[in-house]
Design a protein around this ligand. Structure first.
Ligand SMILES: Cc1cc2nc3c(=O)[nH]c(=O)nc-3n(C[C@H](O)[C@H](O)[C@H](O)COP(=O)(O)OP(=O)(O)OC[C@H]3O[C@@H](n4cnc5c(N)ncnc54)[C@H](O)[C@@H]3O)c2cc1C
Ligand SMILES: *[C@@H]1O[C@H](CO)[C@@H](O)[C@H](O)[C@H]1NC(C)=O
Ligand SMILES: *[C@@H]1O[C@H](CO)[C@@H](O)[C@H](O)[C@H]1NC(C)=O
Length: 478
């Protein structure tokens, strides 16, 4: 059985071996002009515009999260003001480069660097750390470079407030709230994007604008779920909430190992979370590891769990916490489940059978089922680009490898989705926060019913597709 320290050690091992990948130093014609332009854009401060020919560029500036996806961007910039961001975008447009923002750098596909093989200009928002809270409205203003751990601490220290957000401390608000942002308070308060009341964004034409439900409504809609395709968010205003009272953390482990008993535990969880009357104060994550199921989460009031789930174990530190910030080679996939496409007994039995018998070729793998729904599903579909308004839970599968991810490993994760699709009619969809660079029809899977409107907005404000990654929204062609 894996204990957290073993997990961390395995990951360190993976980092040690894989981090030695050498960057490709290819300078293209015209790059010197781009460099000069970007240096000017950051006021001539050479440290704030870094290029592939710099010493330690890959290690210090590129820092890809996923070592399986090689990418050497044309530049990594560190602006300090929105006007500098605008000047950087202007340079990129002039020299025909794509642009992506980077906040926490936690994209599974290295999309903050433009994605595989990209030569984009990267706008790193680490200097955007502004924080302010209005003690009447309790609206908090936070810079897009704020990491989730800092957001949590600053809100706590300034009035015992919270926003709903994910659990990984090193994820950035910039990429998180602009893609959705799911966490333990989601069922009570909504996704991170749902709590945003205003944003400041730099658009493709280099204008710095504010967007809310009353002003630049289309931009507001688009950046709250598909932000990377529409601009660089520099600042958010969030409606915060009081910190919840006593939260009870719980963990139930099933470690008997055989496929049959794991399937029984899963069925019990599935039954529990699919109760339409389940409290919004109840959060739950089911993690399948080798021969183990661990169910953890929080509840704000005492509830009786189905006995079949198992006995109470000691708190499992979230797998996410251990991965946070570490560079590894990995592949991940997701799938969404609505009340009419939940896992059924046949799919559950097939899943555990498959997990027991398939070839994985991974250092570590796990499959997470994360309960969502609740308040998230009360927000109208047309208010924000984030589209998963009828999803009850998400699946996320993950495999970490030593060296590059092999086809065997990819097939292993693909096989999970495949068997569920075969057994659960109508199941589909994927969360853009867990990007899967190999996903077919990705835009449709990520944004579903909101895609046509997003493509139209894209054509209106970024028809030349400046803000681009391998699976970003493309402009509608009329
Ligand atoms: C260990 C780990 C745990 C996670 N846990 C959760 C979780 O609990 N809940 C959840 O919902 N998700 C979770 N995620 C997914 C995470 O929310 C997404 O990967 C998110 O996009 C990361 O944001 P970032 O700013 O850290 O990443 P980045 O890599 O910096 O950005 C991700 C994408 O957003 C774009 N972007 C970044 N900043 C901006 C900006 N300011 N303006 C416009 N576009 C921008 C980038 O260009 C890129 O396309 C987790 C990811 C990891 C690696
Ligand atoms: C539950 O499982 C997790 C993951 O394997 C482990 O870290 C934790 O120690 C387990 N708890 C108990 C009580 O077995
Ligand atoms: C930039 O684009 C936005 C959105 O289309 C528009 O509102 C604004 O007027 C444009 N600004 C300039 C200077 O063209």
């Amino acid at each position: 059985m894996l204990i957290p320290t073993t997990l961390a050690w395995l990951l360190h091992l993976a980092v040690g071996t894989a981090a030695s990948a050498k960057p490709d130093l290819v300078l293209r014609a015209g790059d010197k002009d781009l460099e000069n332009c970007l240096n000017d854009a950051v006021g001539g401060d050479k440290a704030r515009a870094q290029f592939p020919d710099e010493f330690l560029y890959e290690l210090k500036d590129v820092r890809p999260l996923n070592l399986d996806i090689p990418v050497t961007p044309a530049a990594i910039t560190y602006p300090e003001t929105s006007e500098e961001v605008a000047a950087i975008v202007r340079c990129a447009v002039r020299y025909n480069r794509k642009v992506q923002g980077r906040s926490g750098g936690h994209s599974y596909g290295n999309y903050c660097l433009g994605g595989a093989g990209s030569t984009a200009v990267v706008v790193d928002l680490k200097n955007f750390q502004q924080f302010e809270i209005d003690k009447t409205s309790w609206i908090a203003t936070m810079g897009a470079g704020t990491l989730l751990e800092d957001s949590e601490n600053r809100l706590h220290e300034n009035g015992n407030r919270v926003i709903s957000q994910g659990v990984a401390p090193q994820v950035g608000l910039g990429g998180h709230a602009s893609i959705g942002g799911l966490g333990p308070l989601g069922r009570q308060l909504g996704s991170s994007a749902d709590q945003v009341v205003e944003v400041e964004v730099v658009l493709a034409n280099s204008s710095v604008i504010r967007a809310s439900k009353d002003e630049n409504k289309d931009v507001f809609f688009a950046v709250l779920g598909a932000g990377a395709s529409f601009g660089i968010i520099t600042e958010y205003k969030f409606q915060t909430s009081p910190e919840p009272g006593a939260m009870i953390r719980y963990t139930y482990n099933v470690t008997t190992g055989d496929a049959k008993s794991l399937a029984t535990a899963f069925k019990a969880w599935n039954k529990l979370v699919s109760d339409p009357d389940l409290s919004w104060k109840f959060a739950s994550t089911l993690t399948i590891l080798e021969h183990t199921i661990s169910i953890s989460g929080s509840k704000l009031d005492i509830m009786i769990m189905d006995d079949a789930v198992g006995k109470i174990g000691q708190a499992l530190e979230d797998v996410g916490l251990h991965l946070s910030g570490l560079q590894t080679s990995f592949y991940a996939k997701s799938l969404t489940f609505t009340p009419s496409t939940l896992m059924n007994d046949q799919a559950i039995d097939a899943l555990f059978e498959y997990l027991e018998n398939s070839k994985k070729n991974a250092l570590l793998w796990f499959v997470i089922f994360d309960l969502a729904g609740g308040y998230i599903n009360t927000v109208p579909l047309d208010e924000r680009a984030y589209p998963h308004r009828s999803v009850l839970y998400f699946m996320q599968s993950y495999a970490i490898t030593l060296g590059r991810v092999s086809q065997t490993t990819r097939d292993f994760l693909n096989g999970i989705n495949q068997l569920i699709i075969e057994n659960v009619p109508g199941v589909g969809g994927a969360y853009a926060g867990y990007v899967d660079p190999f996903l077919q029809n990705a835009q449709q899977e990520y944004w579903g019913p909101n895609l046509p409107r997003l493509e139209q907005i894209k054509a209106d404000i970024d028809k030349d597709d400046v803000f681009h990654n391998p699976q970003s929204v493309r402009p509608a062609t009329s």
